[in-house]
Ligand binder design. Structure first.
Ligand SMILES: Cc1cc2nc3c(=O)[nH]c(=O)nc-3n(C[C@H](O)[C@H](O)[C@H](O)COP(=O)(O)O)c2cc1C
Length: 219
C-alpha cells in the first residue's frame, strides 16, 4: 500500500513537472521581452486549466507568505486574504460569488481567495491613498511565487463584490479588491492542446505606457 502510494506520488510529480515544463516552453516561444528581465516575471501567467487536486498547507501558506513580504506605504500592509479550500464547508459560498464564466474553470481550483484592503493607516487612522496599490503589489508577489513553483494562480474581477462584502462580513473601511483561484496545473501537458485552451497574452510596447518628463495621453 505504501509502495503504491509512493509510485502514485512519483508519477504525479513527473506529470506535474511535464505540465510545468510544457507551460514554460510555450511561454518562452510566445513571449519575448524587449529588454532583459527576470524569467520569473516573464513566465508568470494566468492559466485556467487545473487538475482539481488540493494543495498542502505548506503550498498554500507559501503563497500568503510571499504576499506578506510586499512593500507598502508606511509598511501598513493593508492587504487581507480570506480563503476557502475545495471540499471545505466554505467552498460553495466562495464559488457562488463567481460569475458563471469563471465558475466553469474554477471548479477545478484547490482554493479560492478573496483579496480585500484596509483603506486607512493603522498608526493614525487617516485614509491611505495607496491601499489598493499596496494590495496589488502583494497579489503580484503571490502570483509570482505560485507560478515559480508550478502552481496555477489566476486573479479575477468576475464576481459579485457586494455579495462578498455582505456574506464575508467585511466592514466599511475595507475595499474588496479581487478574487484569486489557485490550484495544481491541469494534466495532459500536450503543447498544442495547451496553446488552444489557454491564452498567452502579450503587452503594450513601453512607448505606450512610459513617458519621459511629462504624460502624453495616447488612448
Ligand atoms: C485584477 C484582475 C482581474 C482579472 N479578472 C479575470 C476574470 O474575472 N476572469 C478571467 O478569466 N481572468 C481574469 N484576469 C486575468 C487577466 O485576463 C490576465 O491576467 C491578463 O489577460 C494578462 O494575462 P496573464 O496574466 O496570463 O499574463 C484578471 C486579472 C487581474 C489582474
Amino acid at each position: 500500500m505504501l509502495i503504491q502510494k509512493k509510485i502514485v506520488k512519483r508519477i504525479s510529480l513527473v506529470v506535474l513537472l511535464f505540465a510545468v515544463g510544457a507551460h514554460k516552453e510555450v511561454l518562452s516561444v510566445k513571449r519575448k521581452a524587449d529588454h532583459k528581465i527576470l524569467n520569473t516575471i516573464l513566465e508568470r501567467w494566468s492559466p485556467r486549466t487545473m487538475s482539481g487536486e488540493s494543495l498542502s498547507q505548506d503550498e498554500l501558506m507559501s503563497l500568503f507568505e510571499a504576499a506578506r513580504w510586499a512593500p507598502s506605504s508606511y509598511n501598513n500592509q493593508p492587504w487581507r486574504y480570506i480563503y476557502a479550500e475545495k471540499d471545505s464547508p466554505e467552498w460553495q459560498k466562495f464559488f457562488n460569488f463567481l460569475v458563471s464564466q469563471n465558475q466553469e474553470w474554477c471548479k477545478k481550483a484547490a482554493a479560492l481567495i478573496v483579496v480585500i484592503s484596509k483603506d486607512t493607516f493603522d498608526f493614525n487612522g487617516k485614509p491611505s491613498r495607496t491601499h489598493s496599490f499596496d494590495a496589488g503589489a502583494s497579489w503580484e508577489n503571490l502570483a509570482i511565487q505560485g507560478n515559480a513553483v508550478g502552481l496555477v494562480v489566476h486573479a479575477m474581477q468576475g464576481f459579485d463584490y457586494d455579495r462578498v462584502k455582505k456574506e464575508l462580513n467585511i466592514p466599511d473601511g475595507y475595499s474588496v479588491e479581487a478574487m484569486i483561484a489557485v490550484g495544481k496545473p491541469g494534466k495532459g501537458g500536450n503543447l498544442e492542446a495547451l496553446q488552444e485552451m489557454e491564452e498567452i497574452t502579450q503587452r503594450k510596447p513601453l512607448s505606450e505606457t512610459v513617458f519621459k518628463g511629462t504624460f502624453i495621453s495616447k488612448s
